[in-house]
Ligand binder design. Sequence first.
Ligand SMILES: Cc1ncc(COP(=O)(O)O)c(C=O)c1O
Length: 471
Amino acid sequence: MEESWVNSAERIGADLHLELSGPGGRRAALIRALRDAVRGGRLAPGTRLPPYRSLAADLGVARNTVADAYAELVAEGWLTARQGSGTRVADRVEPLRHAVRGPVEAAPRAHGRLHDLRQGSPDVSAFPRAAWLASYRRALQQAPNEVFGPGDPAGRRELREALTAYLARARGVRTEPDRIVICSGFAHALRLLFGQGGGGVLRGPLAVEAYGLGFHRELLAAAGVRTVALPLDEDGARVDLLGRERGVLLTPAHQFPTGGPLHATRRAAVIDWARARGTVVLEDDYDGEFRYDRRPVGALQGLDPEHVIHLGSVSKSLSPALRLGWMVLPQRYVGAVLAAKGDREAWASVPDQLGLADFIASGAYDRHVRRMRQRYRGRRDRLVAALAEHAQPVAVTGVAAGLHAVLRLPPGTERTTVERAVRQGVGLDGLAAFRHPETDMEAGDGLVVGYATPSEHAYGAALDALCGVLP
Ligand SMILES: Cc1ncc(COP(=O)(O)O)c(C=O)c1O
């Protein structure tokens, strides 16, 4: 079992969100970040710091770097070190009460919350810095000069080739490089397909799942696309209710956010509908790699590449900051999507595309996904065990895959539970936050818990805090 310093008697209880940036190497950056955390009050006097090994693992630095940084701050009087009681923030350090907001103060996903269990992020402390750097270095060393000129809107061929092989192997996608268009994540794909203020490749009305990401619905609404809510049941979206819509957007591998896969008969039925209507299914494969309990559910696209647009991104598997994604298109849409992108690449950094191509082709992507799958599966198991022990009335669902779980609450308790969580510094959402405003469907009371979001050392405390706010 991994060492978990948050389970010690006096826990820090919060993710430090240390950002190592600026001049002078990792040690200097860590010293600066810790000093700022103390000065700004994010690390209160007396707080015990994580052991070298845990912090080093979270930050992707050597153990000695952390040891040196602690020693320096002890020498400066910011920290104290005592045998048997670890390293702590010195008592006399007075936190700055009204700190001027500056870049070091901004904890990107904390937003004043101590425990961030909102869905939508992988564990960003696990970004594979060394492997990414190695790929990036190799890619740049081998890159022809034209890479640094205006880019091809289809995306680099190296990346489209790597994706063709990877998606076939890992997701059962049937395609070729010329049918892939690189984009800047799923949200960008939606913008390209539906246009901004009209004039896209596809038109509405578009059927969507009755529970989904509000941000995506808003994006479609801003493009003038009317969305029609499809109710969900235990087999996934009720595609039997599809009518005269011009397309349907689904999360077949792992319904977002309720968490089940689309049943095989529904998968076949939605393809039949798209064929009969001469239209298309948009497949949002946002976390398809993360399946824990059985073999991955292959992509719907494999059933009929001419009637499915398969959309993927690295936002859950690597980082939502890279802004890299792909659209696997039926032949008939390729030209229109490329026209929508314009004459040259305006979104997805071409050197980053080459870095990702190497990352995938070298096997580093598979290794990272495997490692993260193991880690997230472990977290899911800890969540399930903690709920069984401390929160009997709460059932957990949607956990065979993905980076979030749905906690089913007793009727009428969702709103008060979310409010209590907010008061106690636990960031999470209720199911109601994902409900289509025009659906009659009622998924019941529940919480959507993003168990991938905290870094490893903060997860135990986040779980304790979560159990503390449940009915
Ligand atoms: C339902 C869903 N679709 C797609 C995505 C990916 O979005 P993007 O590639 O724009 O970051 C996410 C978030 O990662 C998501 O939760």
